[in-house]
Design a protein around this ligand. Structure first.
Ligand code: NCD
Length: 359
């Protein structure tokens, strides 16, 4: 069985297959209408969402399937102290596939360890968001015609923005990708993505704090919201909240075919004056999110009993009582799970569940 917890759970071939299927759905919508008849998707959302949850819902409905779940954990047994693993064991009795969003990093991973149906990570804390990545890849493909050989600028909150982390991981599998990281010092990309992904996979990257300087060379500009809910210190948020704003003046510095992506919601980082620019792809990106989730649901349901499509072999986790994960938002510090670790690049030990550096 295949779950989608991290973008690297899918091989590049599987990603390309899902994108090709989404394109076939676009061309022949009617062929797929009944493909999930009598199947149920559970959406377990422990954190706010508009697009992700409703695009999963719309995707399953378009495929003729049904949807159950909750969008507020206060209305679920989580409020009584039920663990994530117990909740998915229960939902596995009711649903054929589960999409889960959780503020605690690693929650969908521990869910997948006990689930008898495929689990899709719909966002865990500031860690990963692999279905947004599929959305972004389909959007790049449709806007530019190719994913290989692009220069992509990530702008805004690269520290807490889980969509950025996941998209860089997936892009590291493609050819000729150049990444420009545009962020103030406080919001820089975490080291584990720079070291374990960019450096390990040979992705060329550079860091800058000037959008004006970076924008002329970009094929894709990926704007992000500063993730207010992830800051532990409100003053720090206030200092950086208006770091970068995309406006018509800055668009004039960009290539005529550059595509502007944003996972949305936006707050004030893209002025509405940009919306009518043909390069503004963020509302088309929303529709791609539904289409690619249709393709993902079909694929995971097909792969459920297919030995050709299983989870990748991960190295054995390291268990050592002397090591501690210090991330308060990691699942191992919120529910009782054995602390586990992996040895990453440069001999750095990282938490198995949340990737943070371990002492
Ligand atoms: C993103 C998320 O939830 O991480 N939104 C989304 O899923 N489309 C980005 C964000 O909240 O800023």
């Amino acid at each position: 069985m295949k779950h989608l917890i991290d973008p690297t759970d899918l091989s590049k071939e599987e990603i390309d297959q899902i994108i090709a299927l989404a394109q076939d759905i676009i061309a022949h919508r009617e062929r797929y209408q009944g493909s999930m008849a009598h199947k149920k998707l559970a959406t377990l959302f422990y954190e706010p969402s508009t697009r992700t949850r409703l695009s999963f819902t719309a995707a399953m409905m378009e495929l003729g399937g049904q949807v159950l779940g909750f969008s507020n954990p206060q209305n679920s047994s989580a409020a009584k102290g039920e663990t994530v693993q117990d909740t998915v064991r229960v939902l596995g009795c009711f649903a054929d596939i589960i999409a889960m969003r959780h503020p605690i990093e690693g929650a969908p991973l521990v869910a997948s360890e006990v689930s008898r149906v495929p689990i899709i990570n719909a966002g865990d804390g500031s860690h990963s968001h692999p279905t947004q990545t599929l959305t972004d890849l389909l959007t790049i493909k449709r806007e530019l015609g190719h994913i290989d050989d692009i220069t992509i600028g990530f702008c805004g909150d690269l520290r807490f923005g889980r969509t950025v982390h996941s998209l860089i991981k997936a892009l590291s599998r493609y050819h000729g990708i150049k990444v420009v990281l545009i962020a103030p010092d406080e919001l820089r990309l975490p080291d584990y993505i720079k070291l374990d992904v960019c450096e390990k996979m040979g992705v060329a990257y550079r860091e800058t704090d000037s959008l004006d300087e970076a924008i002329p060379e970009l094929d894709v500009l990926y704007m992000t919201r500063v993730q207010k809910e992830r800051f532990l210190d409100e003053d720090e948020f206030d200092r950086v909240k208006d770091s970068f704003v995309l406006d018509a003046r800055r668009m004039a510095l960009a290539k005529p075919k550059m595509a502007v992506l944003h996972p949305l919601p936006r707050v004030n980082e893209i002025l509405t004056e940009v919306d009518e620019d043909p390069r503004a792809a963020y509302f088309r990106q929303v529709e791609n999110g539904k289409l690619v989730r249709m393709a993902l649901i079909i694929s995971l349901m097909e792969w459920k009993n297919d030995p050709e499509h299983t989870m990748p072999e991960h190295e054995t986790p390291i268990v050592n009582p002397a090591l501690h994960c210090t991330n308060p938002k990691c699942i191992c510090n919120n529910e009782k799970h054995q602390p586990r670790f992996r040895l990453a690049e440069n001999g750095i030990m990282r938490c198995w569940y949340c990737d943070s550096k371990v002492r």
